[in-house]
Design a protein around this ligand. Structure first.
Ligand code: GZL
Length: 332
């Protein structure tokens, strides 16, 4: 089945289910019943299980560092498992944390679907789940809070800046993130929402590069072999795939950032370096430094304090003209 159909079905499912499998509002609060008899826990009392999805990108590496370094700083006992991009490994990790009776489980679900059973097991065991980064399409009673970005808005931002960059006229190839993941589904949808207003901006092909540089290069090479210089723009769902596309474009003999405009998402270090080199035109920020907010939420949850059902990340958009000045200030 064509990628675009899978993504389209995923986006339809996500839109029917709503952002988190229900009509979600950032300001709705969830509260575990506080136990007045128990003394309030401190960070050093916490045992946290974290099921990370993998190490596929600069973004993920920065996200993992943020979780681990923050746990260290706060004195939290962190049990961290890397699922190496396999959902079955993440599910197994959650089950391990349930057996270990950790205080809270944090998870960045690699894809949106397939979580209800194991989340129900955690709920039955009385262990709250905080979803971090990527969303899961589950009923909202199965997790206490979601900490992460508005991926739909990231896709809309990418389309708006691209429209300006190409003066409303482009043949676009799209490098899609991991199939079925919330960022891929929503960045796909958000971009198209805005593109509807620009009839002369056409997506001539769309293929998953799985958020990795190597796959991004492979897919872009195939696009260039198929369409050549008919391609005037690239929309990459993350910087790693954009950097792979830049390599492919140069090997093909064209100038990335000039002959082919490139808009990407994450705002990782590599993107700033590419913008300084004139090879990338825009990067839309997606903040991976979620460690402090995650542990703050976990402590509140354990102490029965109300937490928002969604804690959105704060993010900007970055352009080449500012890249040299900003790069030294970037933590990832
Ligand atoms: C987005 C995150 C995505 C990044 C990619 O929050 O899940 O996964 O955009 C990463 O770089 O692989």
């Amino acid at each position: 089945m064509k990628i675009s159909r899978i993504l389209f079905l995923g986006a339809i499912l996500a839109s029917i289910l709503g952002p988190w499998g229900c009509s979600q509002k950032p300001d709705s609060l969830s509260t575990l019943q506080p136990d007045a008899a128990k003394p309030e826990k401190k960070y050093e009392d916490l045992i946290i299980g974290y099921a990370q999805l993998g190490a596929e990108s600069e973004w993920r590496a920065a996200n993992t560092i943020s979780i681990k370094e923050t746990a260290e700083e706060l004195g939290v006992e962190l049990r961290f498992l890397d699922a190496q991009q396999k959902q079955e490994n993440q599910i197994e990790a959650v089950r391990k944390f349930i057996i270990q009776k950790v205080d809270v489980i944090g998870i960045s679900p690699i894809v949106e679907t397939g979580w209800e059973e194991v989340f129900r097991e955690a709920k039955a065991a009385g262990i709250p789940i905080i979803i971090v980064d990527r969303r899961a399409a589950v009923p909202e009673d199965l997790y206490v809070s979601y900490l992460g970005s508005d991926f739909l808005e990231e896709g809309r931002k990418a389309a708006r800046v691209m429209a300006e960059l190409v003066a409303g006229k482009a043949n676009i190839v799209e490098l899609v993130g991991t199939i079925g993941s919330a960022p891929a589904n929503d960045r796909y949808t958000g971009f198209r929402e805005i593109l509807k207003n620009y009839p002369e901006m056409q997506i001539i092909d769309s293929q998953s590069g799985d958020f990795t540089r190597a796959r991004g290069k492979e897919v872009m090479t195939a696009f260039l072999q198929k369409y050549g210089n008919k391609i005037t723009a690239v929309y990459a769902h993350n910087d790693d795939m954009a950097l792979g596309a830049i390599e492919a474009i140069e090997e093909y003999g064209l100038k990335p950032g000039e002959d082919i405009k490139i808009v990407s998402i994450d705002a990782a270090r590599g993107a700033f370096e590419a913008m300084i080199a004139g090879k990338l035109n825009v990067t839309v920020e997606c903040n991976p430094l979620l460690g402090p907010q995650f542990f703050e939420l976990a402590l509140k949850v354990v102490n029965g304090q109300p937490v928002p059902k969604w804690v959105p990340s704060i993010e900007g958009i970055f352009f080449p003209k500012d890249a040299s000045e900003i790069l030294p200030t970037r933590k990832y």
